[in-house]
Design a binder for this molecule. Sequence first.
Ligand code: ADP
Ligand code: ADP
Ligand code: ZN
Length: 857
Amino acid sequence: RKPRSTSAGPAKTDAIRIRGARVHNLRSIDVDLPHHAITVITGVSGSGKSSLAFDTLFAEGQRQYIDSLSAYSRQFLDQIPRPDLDSIDGLAPTLSIDQKAGTTGSRSTVATITEIYDYLRLLFARIGVAHCVQCGSAVSQLSPDAILKRLADRPDGTRMMLLSPMVRGRKGAHRDVFEAIQKAGLVRARVDGEVHAIDEVPSLSVRKDHTIEAVVDRLVIREGIESRLHDSVELSLRLGNGSLVALTENESKSWDEELFNTSMSCAECGTSFAEVEPRTFSFNSPYGACPTCDGLGEIVVREGKRSGATRITAICPECDGARIGPVGRGVKIADVNIAELTAMPLDQSLEWFGRLHERLAGHGDETLEQKIAHPIVDEVQRRIGFLRNVGVDYLTLDRRGDTLSGGELQRVRLATSIGSGLVGVCYVLDEPSIGLHPADHGRLIDAIIQLRDQGNTIVIVEHDEATIRGADHLIDIGPGAGTAGGELIASGTPDAVSRDPKSLTGAYLRGDSRIPIPTTRRDCGQAKQLVLHKAATHNLKDVTVSIPLGCLVGISGVSGSGKSSLINDTLYPAVAQSLGLVTDPPGPYQRLEGADAIDKLIAIDQAPIGRSPRSCPATYSGVMDELRKVFATTRQAKSLGFAANRFSFNSSAGRCDLCGGLGMEKIEMNFLSDLYVTCSRCAGKRFNRQTLQVRFKGHNIADVLDLTIDQAAELFENIPKPYRQLCSLQDVGLGYLHLGQSSTTLSGGEAQRIKLGTELSRPATGQTLYVMDEPTTGLHFDDVARLVGVMQRLVDAGNTVLVIEHQFDLLAACDHIIDLGPSGGLGGGNIVATGTPENIAENTNTPSGAAMAHALE
Ligand code: ADP
Ligand code: ADP
Ligand code: ZN
């Protein structure tokens, strides 16, 4: 192996040059990624795009970054696997903007992820007006000089008494207090509103609340009184712990009473408040968090004891979801507190900041506070603007990070990166268009261009046509998936690639290949209907939706219009409940009709098919069970007395007993996540030697697990059941996957297609409702064409397929479309159109109408 380059730091060349990349299926390819440009990597699913972008470029970028850190960090370097490649030059510091929710949780919000919350905390600490939560009145704080000035400003001849508050509404005889007053050299006290000479104070009832003030001075305002007043104010504040009460005779000869404080306190009830600082607004610090819910905004009402049992939460009764404590909640700018501000939809909060900006600018004699506030407001406006540009303006700043979809989270992170203003960075993005309606792609691409123009290099794995066409440079990997892929097929400008006869992506860009549009559609008017009445989850406005059964039904609409709220959060759990399945409770709706025509409900989503490294395509699809039976029927197995069970790596008889059938041994690391190394006894074969003696057509069970699905289909061609299962997995485009590949290494799209393929191989009930959420994620045009075929087969068998999508080539293949809108967030939540794709395409004034017309062209 040639020595590898380790030059970190800013690039000196015009491109990142990768030589001899061999990670996973990559065939020792050489790739150049131009600096300060947008490079899109294309290719069918499984061709090796992520292996290049993430497992080679990003992985090496990270390693070189760690290499450039302290000796302490470098000691872990050897434990981070080196990507298999010859060299990489011109690498810039590399950051990935991905869709994984791993780093967000119930304590993160859109405001914290984007760092906008840091600016808001600073702003509220600087120019917010504190209010007492009980009285609603302003809380204020004055310097001793300011108090002195206020008192001295009264007209000459005004009579005044200065008092020090010592006890405020507390039970007891308070003898010690009177002693303290005497010790200070004072001779009078006001007890429960009446002034007494200190040695004539009546004895106090221990069981009653009393208020005691020391009388510090009685004086008349006139020339030359300042120094006496100064000393008295000082003494009053010292005795009164920062507070003093002034009684002033007014024109009608009665006394006005005022409370002055040098610490933050309520002018009404005198309750003192902690100093307002940025931490006051942090729900992730003990200073700011609401003590009842610990900053979560909700409390657990019931916690199931069993794992997987439902956990029921309610909005925190103390802070009403604001997450922060009473002091923070009481601080307002223009009558709005920080929680109310972050609960506004982004366009509304931008308007609010616009007004604040004007107000600050309108002041000729800017105070110091306003001078400080100005740039903070600018920065917040700038960052909210980036969020709008990436198409998530329907979100609120207080939206929890763990309720965002993968695409939304990625776009929020993209906006954060643009806002950070970093220069000279290589950003690696994974399908940023996921979950985004074609109508919003233009804005997203503009945002990515902005990131590039700030002086950064962008590398994107993407299938979306608009993004591909908007790239500066394309890298097409292929031709097929897995071992049939991993080669550099074409590279250059989108134009150049679209002219390249070798490139499958090029063929779609030219329009030579296209996703077929069915010539006839199923008649949905005749179909039985599943009707959900008056759904009101999130932004849904009492939506009543009819799903024609036995049809392929597409749900469209711009991001945030309410597609997931309607299908995933309401319809799906409502049908599940009617079938007696356990799910999260559905969002609010009135009633469900026609569910009796459904006997099975299956969600085919991108959730991993198993978190255990033991699970693999063979186990999930059930083909492993069949293959074990095949092995048990061999003459060899019979003579050894091995039943089917023997060939399972989950049963103790047949598996390697050192690794327990995992094929790997786990090494626990102190700082990094657990490391797995190949098992030293079975060398990764998972089974013990006796089991491996048994062979089918020359292959033992470990050899079979090492085959791709394509190879296995050939080997088991004559055995109907496993053959059918393997063919179903081929049909969804997974022929390249190895039967034993650990589920933890599969992409979301691959997991989704394994579920789909597994369903396809089951005997059809004809009454199953399949619900799919963006199944085109991770799919090339060519993969989408195949997926459509599979979905049509499920419907041909009598089942219903309900699919949320933004890919209009797939939507154009549906029998019936339900379009939500008209916009996202509060402006959405209605059904704006239903009918065949042709019907939808008639109204080109709507985003979906325009996109559908384009797809049907
Ligand atoms: P794409 O991003 O183009 O969909 P990938 O780079 O994810 O493709 O995958 C390329 C090939 O490498 C596939 O055959 C895939 O199954 C395989 N692969 C991906 N990740 C791993 C891994 N961690 N271990 C082994 N094989 C992997
Ligand atoms: P779509 O699936 O069409 O992109 P969603 O159903 O996800 O739209 O969102 C519709 C509206 O409901 C948006 O305003 C979104 O911010 C809001 N919303 C969605 N999920 C949640 C949630 N878990 N908590 C609060 N608001 C939500
Ligand atoms: Zn082993």
